[in-house]
Design a protein around this ligand. Structure first.
Ligand code: PGA
Length: 249
């Protein structure tokens, strides 16, 4: 039986004090929440939020990381630095990284393998653009992103990977895939994973949906057999909107 995993991606929002305030609020309101919960503040707030989350059931996530352990990589943040301050999960391959910063599957794969080698859980994001969907390329795009992102990841390491299906056209737009549509793509992701790691691993993999998840659509999405959680952007920025999502059941 898979559990639900609800994650908040704060993106490029909030100062350190604003982040601490929200983390404290969530820590109180989500204490005892039955789902697995993660929040991913901006890099600058990670250390302060890590201290707030000590002893809480909320995991600390980062939104990205560099592809190397250390060295001459101006502007990057290393897995060692993230681990040092208590980061447990990293979001990789988000569509904003893929499309605005031109991250390739090969680059994302280096990050995935590095995070897993350091025992950091990975949320690997995949998703098609509207043009790709309309051109009938949905499965080939998702299949390529999954296989490319997971290349060289062994079955033991894969156990620490969550997949997030985020149709690009649904992110921050207020448009959501219908639960049935999303479920069909999740089922396809599961079949790709079965091909890579076998049926048992595919059954056990958490596949989150992301793209305009809100309190009023979360329950319908989560009721689908292949949807096991949510990666939430906009609605994760306030306790008032995130707590009801995390407490959808
Ligand atoms: P959204 O973002 O909830 O604001 O659509 C989701 C995401 O980018 O993970």
């Amino acid at each position: 039986m898979r559990s639900y995993f609800i994650a908040g991606n704060w993106k490029m929002h909030k100062t350190v004090s604003e982040s601490v305030e929200l983390a404290q609020d969530l820590g109180t309101k989500l204490a005892g929440c039955r789902e697995k919960i993660m929040i991913a503040p901006a890099f600058t707030a990670l250390d302060a939020v890590s201290k707030v989350l000590q002893g809480s059931n909320i995991l600390l996530g980062a939104q990205n990381m560099g592809p190397e352990e250390q060295g001459a990589h101006t502007g990057e943040v290393s897995v060692l630095m993230l681990k040092d301050i208590g980061v447990r999960v990293v979001i990789l391959g988000h569509s904003e990284r893929r499309h605005s910063y031109l991250e390739s599957d090969a680059l994302i794969n280096r990050k995935v393998r590095l995070a897993l080698a350091h025992d950091i859980e990975v949320i690997l994001c995949v998703g098609e653009t509207l043009a790709e969907r309309e051109a009938g390329m949905l499965e080939s795009v998702i299949g390529t992103q999954l296989k490319g992102g997971l290349a060289g990841v062994n079955p033991e390491a894969f156990a620490k990977v969550t997949i997030a299906y985020e149709p690009v056209w649904a992110i921050g737009t207020g448009k959501t895939a219908t639960p049935e549509d999303a479920d069909a793509v999740h089922a396809y992701c599961r079949s790709v994973i079965a091909g890579l790691y076998g049926e048992a691993a595919a059954k056990g993999t958490i596949i989150q949906y992301g793209g305009s998840v809100k309190a009023d659509n979360v329950a319908a999405l989560m009721s689908e057999p292949n949807i096991d959680g949510a990666l939430v952007g906009g609605a994760s920025l306030k306790a008032d909107t995130f707590v009801p999502i995390a407490q959808f059941r």
